[in-house]
Design a binder for this molecule. Structure first.
Ligand code: AMP
Length: 199
């Protein structure tokens, strides 16, 4: 079973992806985590993308498409994957459809976690304060200014991807303002067949 989770930064995609990973034996593929790992490792790709991540801009479609294409071929994706942070542009969505067709794989469910933007700033402040209190390292793009930019990028470049999936009835909207467990329940009721599949 292969899924996509959409939603603005801080909507809870990562939290839900981890829960679904455990419950269904799927593999979370967070492109943000993959890029941050490259930065941390100081790889040539990491050096190339660090400033882009820090500025809250998007890494080029070519790099991202190649990254996902090779990642979903790995054995840990055999039971299925959860895309978290990809696709983020219409060309990425088109390339994903093409690559899945080539690889004879399908997208089974696509969800968008809908949240009020105001709550994201609030959630971020709380998260950063909690992490600081625990002495944890704060991500270099986890500040209010970069969040604003990332929300703009989401509105301008990622939100237009939604009609791409909505047009053939594949997109399901989930209330991301609900409690974590309720968001999970809304998703799993679809995955478990309560509300049927989406092709
Ligand atoms: P995330 O953790 O998903 O919010 O991603 C963190 C950052 O990684 C984003 O702000 C972008 O700079 C970059 N990034 C992650 N996924 C993509 C993608 N699919 N396309 C372009 N840039 C991405």
């Amino acid at each position: 079973m292969n899924l996509i989770l959409f939603g603005p930064p801080g909507a809870g995609k990562g939290t839900q992806a981890k829960i679904l990973e455990d419950r269904y034996g799927l593999k979370q593929l967070s492109t943000g985590d993959m890029l941050r790992a490259e930065v941390a490792a100081g790889s040539p790709l990491g050096k190339k993308v660090k400033a882009i991540l820090d500025a809250g801009h998007l890494v080029s479609d070519d790099i991202m498409i190649e990254m996902i294409s090779s990642r979903i071929d790995q054995p840990d994706c055999a039971k299925g994957f959860i895309l978290d942070g990809f696709p983020r542009t219409v060309p990425q969505a088109q390339a994903l459809d093409e690559m899945l067709e080539r690889k004879k794989k399908a997208l089974h469910h696509i969800f968008v976690l809908e949240v009020d933007e105001g709550i994201l700033t609030e959630r971020q402040r709380t998260r950063v304060a909690e992490m600081k209190a625990k002495g944890q390292e704060i991500r270099s793009d986890d500040n209010e200014e970069t969040l604003k930019k990332r929300l703009n990028v989401y509105r301008e470049q990622t939100a237009p991807v939604l009609p791409y999936y909505e047009s053939n009835g594949r997109l399901r909207r989930v209330d991301g303002m609900a409690a974590v467990g309720d968001v999970t329940a809304a998703i799993t009721s679809v995955l478990d067949g309560g509300k049927g599949g989406c092709g």
